[in-house]
Design a protein around this ligand. Structure first.
Ligand code: CAA
Length: 240
């Protein structure tokens, strides 16, 4: 039977491409999304991928969501923690809500979903977890203390959980994308974005497919010796 892969934020942007790529690799994919019903319905109609609506920052909603997925599709063997938001602003202008929203959604979600799927993976002696970090978690970014802290936290979380999963056949890795052509990046002021692109040696933004291909590799059955690593996919913007 095809392994079940859960992709959070899996109906739009990078996540949608990850969902499609895992489906093409023969996985049974389910995609979680938070709010955009229209985009999720279109994605599901187009791909045949089942979609589940829950807020990844809420442990209770994740619990209910995972229970439904397990009952309706099967135990999650591949988890891609991709859901993420930005609330950019200098520290001066960043209120506590902007901090909490980003930490809870981008980092808290990794705790919630790993916690809720790890036991099944341990029992099955197989698991693949990929957490989507960011170049901005590695290098920092002006106006993003919340996002950089959350993404940097993801990289530490990944290395710690990799050690716990190793003896159960569970690998835990991170991907650190650079600037990828998505709605999130298009929201960056154009003059700022131009300066960022000018510093990317490859000379272009990434595509969602650039990231999705990394996820397919890290979740393949025979990638079992790769764990606790961070794969930077950033066009050379930051060599880490
Ligand atoms: N380094 C140093 N100084 C900078 C700077 C930088 N990178 N960016 C801005 N500044 C300075 C400006 O020159 C300005 O200085 P003066 O007041 O002396 O002129 C000051 O900071 C204020 O700049 P703004 O007028 O732009 O301030 P703002 O509050 O309106 O906006 C900001 C600040 C929200 C950070 C805005 O510049 C911004 O959105 N920057 C982009 C942040 C970014 O890259 N986000 C990434 C989103 S995509 C993503 O996160 C995906 C991923 O994983 C890669």
């Amino acid at each position: 039977m095809a392994r079940v892969a859960l992709v959070t934020g899996g109906t739009r942007g990078i996540g949608a491409e990850i969902s499609r790529a895992l489906q093409a690799a023969g996985r049974t994919v389910v995609a979680a999304y938070a709010g955009n019903d229209k985009a999720a319905a279109e994605f599901s109609n187009e791909t045949g991928i089942k979609v589940y609506k829950f807020d990844v920052s809420s442990f209770d909603q994740c619990k209910e969501g995972v229970q439904r997925i397990v009952a309706e599709v099967g135990p999650v063997e591949i988890l891609v923690n991709n859901a993420g938001i930005t609330r950019d602003g200098t520290l001066q202008k960043m209120d506590r809500d902007m901090w909490d929203a980003v930490i809870d959604t981008n980092l808290g979600s990794c705790y919630n979903l790993c916690k809720l799927t790890f036991q099944d993976m341990r029992e099955r002696k197989f698991g693949r977890i990929v957490n989507i970090g960011s170049v901005n978690g590695q290098a920092g970014q002006y106006g993003q203390v919340n996002y950089a802290a959350a993404k940097s936290g993801i990289h530490g979380f990944t290395k710690a959980l990799a050690q716990e999963g190793a003896k159960f056949g569970i690998t835990v890795n991170a991907i650190a994308p650079g600037y990828v052509d998505t709605e999130m990046v298009r929201a960056v002021p154009p003059d700022v974005l131009q300066k960022i692109i000018a510093r990317i040696p490859v000379g272009r933004l990434g595509t969602p497919g650039d990231i999705a291909r990394g996820v397919v590799f890290l979740t393949s059955d025979d990638s079992d010796f790769v764990t606790g690593s961070t794969l930077s996919i950033n066009g050379g913007q930051h060599m880490y």
